[in-house]
Design a protein around this ligand. Structure first.
Ligand code: PAF
Length: 284
């Protein structure tokens, strides 16, 4: 397709430019940063047409969360899409995505996995995410969809939705893109004041301490990560070690260390993959 992305706003406009070839979708809420650019670049060779959707989805924000304040940077976003070789940018209105209003209509329930970790703090969040992703899949009909690993629980739930609802979309996860000090890139990092921005790398330092301890087993991973947090006086909402599908971590296998903590105003999420050593029962 052409070099400059075509901007469309409705399912009919999207259908008119979609073509019959393979399509890769990168769903976003805008405020695009280098992490999003990596998703777009990852998508580029996967399909003939790359579509980026930009939609700040009201149903994944609870009352009192930052839906109104969420950064909206459309002009800069379109430039980033252009630079990354995106073909089509889908900019739907709320009324297009939720014709009967955000609180009415069919929803996708995530099940028990949507109620733990992030879901414990934000019980309606993943219903909103899965519902809007299902709607975007219906509009774009992608062959492949690309998501960042930073929102790891979201990625696992989207994979499950696609599998359990036989949606026929290949879901690809991309590694987290980090700032020089290790902070995971996020549109919400703009909420960090200067002092908190300097402290925020503690999450990544805790995770890498956990990775270093991985050969000694799960208890050591958690203890090492927690020691780094304690030294900075950070009390996480959760720090947990799971299997690669948020199932139980198994000694000797791949695992995921996940953390969420409030640093100043924003609540930051991060995670890292590791391979656990065999369980040892020596003292920590
Ligand atoms: O990860 C995000 O930006 C959003 O949760 C998503 C997947 C675009 C759904 O609104």
């Amino acid at each position: 397709m052409s070099d400059v992305p075509t901007v469309v706003r409705t399912p009919a406009e999207l259908a008119a430019v979609r073509g019959e070839g393979t399509v890769a979708l990168v769903p976003t809420m805008g405020a695009l940063h280098d992490g999003h650019v990596q998703l777009m670049k990852h998508a580029r060779p996967l399909a003939q047409t790359v579509v980026v959707s930009i939609f700040v989805n009201p149903t994944q924000f609870a009352p009192g969360e930052d839906f109104e304040a969420y950064p909206r940077t459309l002009d800069a976003d379109l430039e980033r899409c252009d630079e990354a070789g995106v073909d089509v940018v889908l900019l739907p209105e709320v009324a297009t995505m939720y014709p009967d209003g955000p609180d009415s209509g069919v929803v996708v329930e995530p099940g028990p996995l949507g109620r733990v970790l992030e879901g414990e703090q934000r019980p309606t969040h993943f219903r909103g995410v899965l519902t809007v992703v299902a709607k975007l899949f219906g509009i774009v009909r992608p062959d492949v969809a690309v998501f960042g690993e930073k929102d790891f629980q979201q990625l696992v739930l989207i994979r499950r939705m696609v599998r359990e609802l036989s949606m026929g979309v290949d879901v690809v996860g991309c590694p987290i893109v980090r700032e020089a000090d290790g902070l995971a890139m996020s549109s919400r990092n703009v909420y960090l004041g200067a002092d908190d921005r300097a402290r925020a790398s503690v999450l990544h330092r805790a995770l890498t301490a956990g990775v270093d301890a991985a050969p000694r087993g799960a208890e050591h991973v958690l203890a090492a990560a927690r020691a780094v947090l304690d030294a900075e006086g950070v009390v996480p909402d959760y720090l947990t070690l799971t299997g690669p599908d948020l199932d139980e971590a198994v000694p000797g296998q791949e695992a995921r260390l996940l953390i969420a903590a409030r640093i100043g105003t924003p609540r930051l999420l991060d995670n890292i993959g590791l391979v656990l050593g065999p369980t040892t029962h020596e003292g920590a």
